[in-house]
Structures are given as structure tokens and as C-alpha cells.
Design a protein around this ligand. Structure first.
Ligand SMILES: [Zn+2]
Length: 271
């Protein structure tokens, strides 16, 4: 769901230190090299599991334990299906980013979703928009295909449900939700990046980021408030948005100077 920056600040090898990409962030807590294990590679992009992911696995086992071994297996299978969907979403971001000249370091899976780590991020509005929109569009397309498969195999697809009913239908709606939720215009989520890129067509990057950041803050606060009533995950995502939007604003206020090697704030995670 999200993309965080990396701790490497070298200019892209083989390319001039250009204006199309900016080096990305040092030491984001979730993007560290040492706290995740490799689980595979798709299109040359390494995928890693962050250590906090095991809390999610433990949570599923604990919650389903009393319902028996089959319930635990079903819960874990759902986690695998969910994160396969997240990987498809992230791979789409990464492939478009790579096509637009960014160097992709890999994808890290955390309990809240996925983080794509890029050595540099596109700063041209068109590039940012293309990279940001690729994930949600892929999720929505995948969701449509899965719901089609569910229909063909005779499963009920309406009303939408994530936790009961046929697997194809559940997985289809999950991907739809993944796409739609990430389109919320809240930096650093995909929709927030699309918004910022659209605003930046007629403004400076800083103005566009500050405006998008203000909108993100309203949405982040709303998520936390609603989360207290409905769902703890929403609180976590709201906090993630608040911190990420702030990091984006800081990064826009202090654009990296290619001529020196001083650190700069992380352009925050990105969905
Ligand atoms: Zn995304």
C-alpha cells in the first residue's frame, strides 16, 4: 500500500544528477535493511518481510486458536492472499517508477501493507502521477478480474463481503477496497500523490505539497477519530498519514542539494 524512501543518496548511476528524480530518505524506521527477511523476487524486485509482520501472524493464530486448526489455517491463508494482493499493487508502482528512471530497491511488507523502496523518486508531476496511480489501478483491475472469476464459478458477489462467502469474491472485493482506499487524497497515500501532482502543474512543488499536506491532515485526523469508534487499524493508518504528510512537507521545504551530502528529511512513505 505504501512506498517509503531509502537511505541511499547517491545520484543514479549512469544518469546525470538530474531534475526528474530526487534522492530519498535516510533511515525510515520501516525501511531498514537489517530487520526484514527476503521472501522472493518478482521482475528482479526483491520482496522482504519486515519483522513486525510476525505480530500480524501471531494475532491471527491467537484470534483463531479457539475455533480450531482449520480456522487458523484459513486465517493464515487469508493473510497470504491479502499480501499477495498488496505485492501486486506495489509491483505496479515499482515497475512504473523503474520505467520513469527511478532505481527500485525493493518492497517491504509490514502489517499495514507494503512499502516500495526507491533510491530516488520522480519529481516531475507527470512521473509522480503515473507512479502513484499505477498501484490503485492495478488493484481495481485485479479486483474486477477476480469478481469476474467469482461470477463464473457461481459465487455470490453482492453484497460485497470480505469475511464470508467464496474466496474469489472476497479476494475481488479486497482488491477493489485496496485500490479505492489508497485513492483517498491523503498524502502519503497514492491519492494524495495524485492530488499533489495535479496541484503541482500550476504551482511550485512546495505550494502543492503544503496544500495536499493540509488536506491529508484533515483526513488523517478524521481517520483517527473514526478509528476510535470503529476500527483500530484506521487509527494506525490515520497516524501513518499524519506522520507521512509531515515528512512530505519537510522534504518539500528542504529539497535535496545534489552538490552536498547532508541529510534531508525523508519524503515519507507512499501508498
Ligand atoms: Zn499504492
Amino acid at each position: 500500500m505504501v512506498v517509503v524512501s531509502s537511505d541511499e543518496r547517491k545520484p543514479l548511476s549512469g544518469q546525470p544528477s538530474d531534475q526528474r528524480t530526487r534522492p530519498t530518505s535516510p533511515h525510515t524506521p520501516v525501511a531498514g535493511h537489517g530487520h526484514s527477511i527476503p521472501i522472493g523476487r518478482i521482475a528482479g524486485i526483491p520482496i522482504r518481510l519486515h519483522w513486525t509482520f510476525w505480530f500480524l501472524v501471531a494475532l491471527v493464530v491467537i484470534v483463531d486458536w479457539s475455533a480450531g486448526r482449520r480456522a487458523v489455517a484459513a486465517g493464515l491463508a487469508w493473510i497470504v492472499a491479502l499480501f499477495a494482493s498488496v505485492v501486486a499493487h506495489e509491483i505496479a508502482h515499482c515497475l512504473v517508477a523503474r520505467q520513469r528512471g527511478a532505481r527500485v530497491l525493493g518492497i517491504v511488507l509490514i502489517p499495514l501493507g507494503g512499502l516500495s523502496r526507491l533510491e530516488s523518486m520522480p519529481t516531475e508531476p507527470d512521473d509522480e502521477l503515473a507512479v502513484a496511480i499505477a498501484g490503485p489501478l492495478t488493484s481495481i483491475a485485479l479486483g474486477a478480474v477476480l469478481i469476474g472469476v467469482a461470477l463464473l464459478s457461481g459465487q455470490h458477489v453482492w453484497p460485497p463481503t470480505l469475511f464470508t462467502g467464496g474466496w474469489w469474491a472476497r479476494l475481488g472485493w479486497l482488491n477493489m477496497l485496496l485500490g479505492a482506499f489508497n485513492l483517498l487524497p491523503a498524502l502519503p497515500m497514492d491519492g494524495g500523490r495524485v492530488l499533489r501532482a495535479s496541484l503541482a502543474r500550476h504551482r511550485t512543488n512546495l505550494e502543492a505539497t503544503l496544500l495536499a499536506g493540509r488536506i491529508a491532515r484533515y483526513i488523517g485526523v478524521a481517520m483517527v477519530v473514526v478509528g476510535f469508534v470503529y476500527d483500530i487499524w484506521l487509527i494506525l493508518i490515520g497516524m501513518f498519514v499524519l506522520m507521512g504528510a509531515r515528512a512530505e512537507e519537510e522534504a518539500a521545504r528542504h529539497p535535496p542539494d545534489h552538490s552536498d551530502h547532508h541529510g534531508h528529511e525523508a519524503p515519507g512513505p507512499r501508498t
